[in-house]
Design a binder for this molecule. Structure first.
Ligand SMILES: [Zn+2]
Ligand SMILES: [Zn+2]
Length: 230
């Protein structure tokens, strides 16, 4: 049994039924209601992104080379799972959600060089009130599932910001500007693909700001990954 199962027994994202270990994050009957999770849409132009590949304009607009996500936020099952994970702190959902993330990312992974998972950090103050950073928990579980390194000591949230979800789309880029700092420049390896992890990406403004900050510190290739988008 993987170590992670001792802390969080695998459960289904849809119905919370217990699952055998190393399962897909969905039980058989929930799987049947989601026949095929489609390629996600680009947060910038809304085109479908098979293999996560962004076109040149969108790479510039998002500061990312690729973007992966499991399902749109309006998908009822994904929405219920994300909301419970994020707002009701149902930490055990990290395993099935990360398992779905793994599924969206793994076929492209051989094209990443020395991949390193980096969660979108949360400001200390928010962390204290919420108890855990859901992006960091997803990154840890995903790292364990994919046998990839994960680092929460590279990027920090230096400025507390208004919650992006509560702001109109047009105000989000401004709100998040300058919110991140690279705390360990030496650990930013230009030869490595940094894979940023978040739970939800809407406009992509938060992920972009994190990516821009990492690019300034020397990162070359950055991918973005989220459970849900839109
Ligand atoms: Zn189920
Ligand atoms: Zn696009």
């Amino acid at each position: 049994m993987p170590l992670i199962d001792l802390f969080f027994p695998p459960i289904c994202v849809g119905c919370a039924r217990e699952l055998p270990s190393d399962s897909s994050g969905l039980c058989g009957s929930c799987s049947a209601t989601v026949p095929e999770l489609e390629a996600p849409r680009c947060p910038h132009c809304a085109a479908r992104l098979p293999a996560g590949i962004l076109n040149r304009d969108c790479r510039t607009a998002l500061a990312l080379h690729r973007f992966f996500a499991v399902a749109p936020y309006r998908h009822p099952m994904v929405r219920a799972a994300i909301d419970a994970f994020k707002y009701e702190s149902v930490e055990s959902l990290a395993v099935p959600l990360a398992t779905l993330l793994k599924r969206s990312l793994e076929t492209a992974l051989p094209q990443a060089r020395n991949p390193l998972l980096v969660p979108i950090p949360m400001h200390e103050r928010r962390l204290r009130s919420r108890g855990f950073n859901q992006a960091a928990l997803l990154a840890r579980v995903l790292g364990a599932l994919l046998h990839l390194p994960e680092n929460e000591q590279i990027l920090a949230r230096s400025r507390d910001t208004d919650q992006q979800a509560k702001l109109p789309h047009a105000a989000r880029a401004e709100n998040i500007r300058g919110a991140f700092t690279v705390i360990a420049e030496k650990k930013v390896d230009a030869s490595s693909t940094i894979i940023l992890i978040d739970d939800v990406v809407t406009t992509g403004a938060t992920m972009k700001e994190a990516a821009v900050t990492l690019h300034r510190a020397g990162a070359r290739e950055i991918w973005g990954t989220a459970v849900s988008y839109g």
